[in-house]
Design a protein around this ligand. Structure first.
Ligand SMILES: Nc1ncnc2c1ncn2[C@@H]1O[C@H](COP(=O)(O)OP(=O)(O)O)[C@@H](O)[C@H]1O
Ligand SMILES: [Mg+2]
Length: 159
């Protein structure tokens, strides 16, 4: 079973469930890039994913704080760090580098980035893209999940 594809949800709970189900498909080092307008459910998706990783802390919208860090558990019950970034207000890549870019994007935690388009060239080429959009009904959302693999691997089959 794969978790990539398009989902339609009719409530924030459903969006969280879709996200929680993704958790078991993600490995350490996974980066999720979330795209979508305000109110499409990016933060709800992050909450669901955190639930899936057994995070006990309250997951808030980090709009005024660039980065939140939560403690969850991996498939083996080992502690796992989840990084939650909201780049809505970010103006330069330096702000992201100052947060500890290497550890966040190439460490062994899970990273979830709202407004990931703000990363520009800092967006890792190996990642999961999650595009969220409003549907025709008030509480309807369309969520498209794609796995993005670096060019090199696609061409040679080797990293
Ligand atoms: N199907 C749905 N999925 C996610 N959120 C929904 C859905 N239907 C309604 N909502 C509401 O939309 C809002 C989404 O907020 P949020 O997750 O903070 O969005 P974003 O982080 O993209 O700005 C919440 O108020 C939530 O209750
Ligand atoms: Mg948000």
């Amino acid at each position: 079973m794969t978790f990539t594809g398009t989902y339609r949800t009719a409530s924030e709970q459903e969006t969280r469930s879709v996200a929680a189900a993704c958790a078991s498909h993600l490995r350490r080092g996974g980066v999720l890039a979330l795209f979508g307008d305000l109110g499409t459910g990016k933060t709800q998706f992050v909450k669901g994913l955190c639930e899936g990783f057994g995070v006990a802390e309250n997951v808030a919208s980090p709009t005024f704080v660039l980065l939140h860090r939560y403690r969850g558990r991996d498939q083996h019950g080992k502690e796992l760090l989840l990084y939650h970034l909201d780049l809505y207000r970010v103006e330069s890549g330096d702000e992201i580098l100052d947060l500890g870019y290497e550890e966040i994007f190439f460490g062994d935690g899970i990273t979830m980035v709202e407004w990931a388009d703000r990363l520009g060239s800092l967006l890792p080429s190996r990642r999961i893209d999650v595009h969220l959009a409003h549907g025709s009904q008030e509480n309807e959302r369309e969520i498209r999940i794609d796995r993005v693999v670096p060019e090199v691997i696609r061409e040679t089959g080797k990293p």
